[in-house]
Design a protein around this ligand. Sequence first.
Ligand code: SF4
Ligand code: FES
Length: 477
Amino acid sequence: MPTLKINDISVNVEPGTLLLDACAQAGFPVPSYCYHPSLSPVATCRMCLVEVKGQPKLATACTTTAMDGQEVYTNSKSVADGRAGVMEFLLINHPLDCPICDQAGECKLQDYSYQYGSDDSRMVEPKRRYHYEDLGAKIVIDKNRCIHCTRCVRFTREISGGGELIVANRGAHLEVTTYSGRSMDDNPLAGNVVDICPVGALTSRDFRFNKRVWYLKPVPTINRLSPLANPIWADVDQNRLWRFRPRPQGTKLSTQFMFDADRNAWHRYDIDPATRVVAPTLGGKPAKAEDIAAALRAAGTVAVIGQGTFGCDAAQRLGDLASSPDLRYGSGDRLDQIQYPALQLSSDGVINRRGFSERGYRFGHLDELLARVRSGEVKAVVVLHDDVFSSRGETGRIREIMAAATFSLVLEPIPGEMAKAGAATLPVATYLEESDFVVNHDGELRRYQKALEPPRGVKTIAAWARELAGALYGAMA
Ligand code: SF4
Ligand code: FES
């Protein structure tokens, strides 16, 4: 293992470690723009300059490998001068439009300018000007703000593969643009260029001018639409959701980026409270939970159909409602098309199949349950469902089971057709309104925290299930 000194602090690093990472490991993070752990290094921005003893010039930490015995300085005068010079060049054409820029508050140019730049400008010449351009319906580019780090260009070549973005022209006329006005609409990963743009040059049509980011509170949650339940941030303010963003786990590629469809899924959970059903229903009319418990008890043997896209706590509590352990059935058969094998590590779109299976739910046995209901062995079914994760065929099979049963209770966080078909319903919180965890296909435990407060009357799946189980079988731990 190479041992080197960074600002006179000794540090051991793995062979092949970049100086940029070694410096961070030693507690001296180095500023960077063009470097991205998932993209090829280009060393174009020169922001990560460090001094390496014995070398005549400053070195770029993002392309220099840490060597045994090296002495590196990130806090010398020459490094400070180098960074200040780079900042001055980067700001030559950059507009002072932070008050109207979406990136303000999470902009590396703002941060580094404040930390390493000058509070004055020697520029008297007029700045270069472009009109903003739509790169299709999803992305807007403001070239005035671009610092030509080429992260976005490399992303479209190396990760999404479309190569829509290019660097055109030379010198002061350098600009990031698309070939002959191509749009990014066909790129299913387009939104990521907004995340990786270190300044506010690439903005999202969906988020643009909607919210100042310093009002947003990022809450760690998961992407229910990614097969591995990838970690993401849910940005919220005043109990409203504003966007989803990736929450990278180290350099793990599949967590660095997210699909636009997954990113836009936040709209589904931004529910107008006025439209929420906030009371249990029985026979289509508002009812009390006790009435539903009494109806369940009166019906007789209870089976549970739990869709494996909910949390493990929900699965455990819901399972307690089944009259016997073999009456826990799993549902969910969403299959994802693999377009990008490096990002989509499984095609099974049921993120917590493993967690549900570990709690006794049997997947692929709904026909068996239908037969047991038809034979009169099972009288009542409790269904936990989300339309998005079941095919029409599976949804139809569950509806058949419900129709054959004496009594059916549906728990659907976003009520749909299934809720309409149930004899009773309970108003349950969405996954953003509760804290729980899933065990993904790789066996990784992925937690999610409560990001939003549910309306009064709406409870978590686990809370309802516990209440009903108490009424059916006596108080449970
Ligand atoms: S648009 Fe953003 S990501 Fe692309 S080169 Fe310019 S600054 Fe870099
Ligand atoms: S981050 Fe090293 S040169 Fe840009």
